[in-house]
Structures are given as structure tokens and as C-alpha cells.
Ligand binder design. Structure first.
Ligand SMILES: Nc1ncnc2c1ncn2[C@@H]1O[C@H](COP(=O)(O)OP(=O)(O)OP(=O)(O)O)[C@@H](O)[C@H]1O
Ligand SMILES: [Mg+2]
Length: 331
């Protein structure tokens, strides 16, 4: 049996005054998949997520979760969705145990169940030995692990992770990826936003690339990579004044090149190593001052540049997540 759609977003538009933060987005997330929304700061990721959560009313379009309208059934939707926001919002004055217990109560977990769930959550987060320590003293990675198990305490069908690893170091990021994969293997549908290409590549079954509120492409990672061509990507950085010379040399060896951001880029489909060497030698022969020349298989970075004409800007972003979490909990 084909898997059903757990989340279905249709022609979603969200305006703030005259500004369209989300511009006609349609996508569906299948039961059991990890779906990624990849985009730079301000792309509209959090806005989209907030509409899915029912925290923001769409200007037009619709969102359904397991066939229920996200706005018509707030209480049921709340039980179905677990949320981990972009920034850490654990209560620093409470212990890890109390943080989880409080959340379980807010989600109406049956009283008799709570100690069992909290204990298991602490084990999952590898925080059992810190159960009675104030969460405010935890490291960034520990706080994020606590957040993740907290978002799972009511045993939701769908887990929503808004930039779950932003601000974490590589080691903690990889640890969290493992936890996210484990949860998914247990059958949880996951929708996550990220501005890290590597994260999208490592975790997502399918993803949507968004920029300026619009979807640029949707597919599996390999489908998206195949959009930039079959062969190897050649990248050359030369002086601005010599880009046309470099493009001419590429053409001479049968490679169609173009200028993308600060570099000359081409797709070598046949005999990559040989062609690469020929181009490299010719550049040298013609005394083009090459700052760097390299070749690689297509990455999501290449996909992003091809689709949007710019590199993904990766400075850390943020919004008022504590207020959002309060609104989400309180309704
Ligand atoms: N309440 C609001 N009022 C006005 N503009 C808003 C509001 N919320 C978001 N925006 C704008 O909508 C755009 C999309 O914002 P959003 O927070 O969805 O981006 P994002 O993709 O989550 O970015 P980041 O990676 O920085 O978190 C931005 O230009 C932002 O300034
Ligand atoms: Mg955001």
C-alpha cells in the first residue's frame, strides 16, 4: 500500500503587510519520511512551520495534518505534533526531570505514565545522571538533546524540527543527527528545516529547496543533484578580467561553462580526469592566473547555486522562539 501523506501543504501564501514571506508553497510529507526544508536566512522556513503548527493563519492556501485542517482542530493537532524550535527554550531554573515533567503535564500525558516517560526520555537523551541538575547549567549540546526528548514526550506522530542543530559544534550536530534518525526508524514522520546543506544531505529522504518564500525544487537528494548534470563539476577561480578567457578554454575542450557567483563553473560529462588535465594545462599555457581549480561530483551546494544563482548564506539566524514556544504551549 502506498504511504499516505502525513502533511499536505497546498498553495500556501503568508503575507506580513505587503511582504510575502511564503509565496505559493505546495508540498506533501509522506508518513514515515524525513522531509527537509532547506533555505537561507529569511527564506520563509519558520513562517511555513508556524502555519503548519497552527500558530499563524495562512493568508491563503491550506495545511492538513493526517487529513485534518491545521486550524480547525487545534487541540488534536497539538497532540499530533512535537516541536523543537530554532533556539533552546528549556527552563534554566528547573532540573532536567522537572522540565520534562512540566511538559508532559502541559500535554496531558496521563499522571501515572509521567514518571516512566520522563525516565525513558532522560535515558534517550543520555542525561540520566543529570536528572536533578538545573538545565541552565547544561552545555549547548545537552540542552538540545533535552529539547529533542521533550518534544517527543506526548508521543506525537509527527516531529517538527526548526533548525535543530544551528549553533552546535560538529560533534554535537552529528550526535543529534543520530538521535533524529533513530526516532525516524521508530516510525515518526519528521519535517525539519535547515540552512546546512550537509544536514539536508545526511538526514532527508526528500527535501524542498526554498528561497525568498518560493520552492525552487523538490525531490530526493539524488534527484536534486541530477539537476546539475550527470558529470563532474569543474570549478575555476580566476581574476574577473580573465573569466571570458577561461570560458573560451572550457569550450575548446567541449565543456559549456558559465560564471556563478565568483567562479567559472562547467560540467564535464566525458573522461573527466583527462579533460580536467587538458583544461588545466591550457590555462597555464595561456598564462591565465588561476587562484584555484578543482573538480567534484555534484553536491547540494551546486544544486543551490544552480537553482538560485547564489550561495546559501549561512550566518546563524534567529527569531523570538521563546515567545513562540509560550504561544504554542499555551493555546
Ligand atoms: N511577524 C512578522 N512580521 C513581519 N515580517 C516577518 C514576520 N515573521 C517573519 N517575517 C519575515 O518573513 C521572512 C521569512 O522569515 P522566516 O523567519 O520564515 O525565515 P527563515 O527561513 O526561518 O530564516 P532563518 O533561517 O533566519 O530562521 C523574513 O524576511 C522575515 O523578516
Ligand atoms: Mg527560521
Amino acid at each position: 500500500m502506498a504511504k499516505q501523506n502525513m502533511i499536505e501543504i497546498k498553495n500556501l501564501v503568508k503575507r506580513f503587510g505587503d511582504f510575502k514571506a511564503v509565496d505559493d508553497i505546495s508540498l506533501s510529507v509522506k508518513e514515515g519520511e524525513i522531509f527537509g526544508i532547506l533555505g537561507p536566512n529569511g527564506a520563509g522556513k519558520t513562517t511555513t512551520i508556524n502555519v503548519v503548527l497552527g500558530l499563524l493563519k495562512p493568508t491563503s492556501g491550506s495545511v492538513k495534518i493526517d487529513d485534518l485542517d491545521a486550524h480547525a482542530n487545534p487541540e488534536r493537532i497539538k497532540q499530533m505534533l512535537g516541536l523543537m524550535t530554532q533556539e533552546t527554550v528549556v527552563e534554566g531554573d528547573l532540573t532536567a526531570w522537572d522540565n520534562l515533567e512540566l511538559f508532559a503535564e502541559l500535554y496531558h500525558v496521563p499522571k501515572g505514565e509521567i514518571p516512566k516517560r520522563v525516565k525513558r526520555a532522560l535515558e534517550d537523551a543520555e542525561l540520566t545522571d543529570k536528572a536533578y541538575v538545573r538545565a541552565g547549567t547544561f552545555s549547548g549540546g545537552m540542552k538540545r538533546r533535552l529539547e529533542l526528548v521533550k518534544s517527543m514526550i506526548q508521543e506525537p506522530k509527527v516531529l517538527i524540527l526548526d533548525e535543530p542543530t544551528t549553533g552546535l559544534d560538529v560533534q554535537n550536530r552529528h550526535k543529534l543527527w543520530e538521535r533524529i534518525k533513530e526516532l525516524n526508524q521508530k516510525g515518526i514522520t519528521i519535517i525539519l528545516t535547515t540552512q546546512y546543506l550537509e544536514e539536508a544531505d545526511a538526514l532527508c529522504d526528500r527535501l524542498a529547496i526554498i528561497d525568498h518564500g518560493k520552492i525552487k525544487a523538490i525531490g530526493t537528494v539524488s534527484e536534486l543533484k541530477s539537476k546539475v548534470g550527470k558529470g563532474n563539476i569543474l570549478e575555476i577561480i580566476v581574476k574577473q578580467s580573465e573569466t571570458n578567457d577561461a570560458l573560451r578554454i572550457l569550450k575548446k575542450f567541449g565543456v559549456n561553462g558559465s560564471v556563478k557567483v565568483d567562479r567559472v563553473v562547467g560540467n564535464i560529462e566525458k573522461e573527466p580526469t583527462k579533460t580536467f588535465n587538458k583544461i588545466s594545462n591550457e590555462l597555464e599555457k595561456q598564462k591565465i592566473s588561476v587562484l584555484s581549480i578543482s573538480m567534484h561530483l555534484p553536491t547540494l551546494d551546486d544544486v543551490f547555486i544552480t537553482l538560485t544563482g547564489s550561495k546559501i548564506r549561512d550566518e546563524a539566524g534567529g527569531s523570538d522562539d521563546a515567545a513562540r514556544m509560550r504561544a504554542w504551549r499555551g493555546r
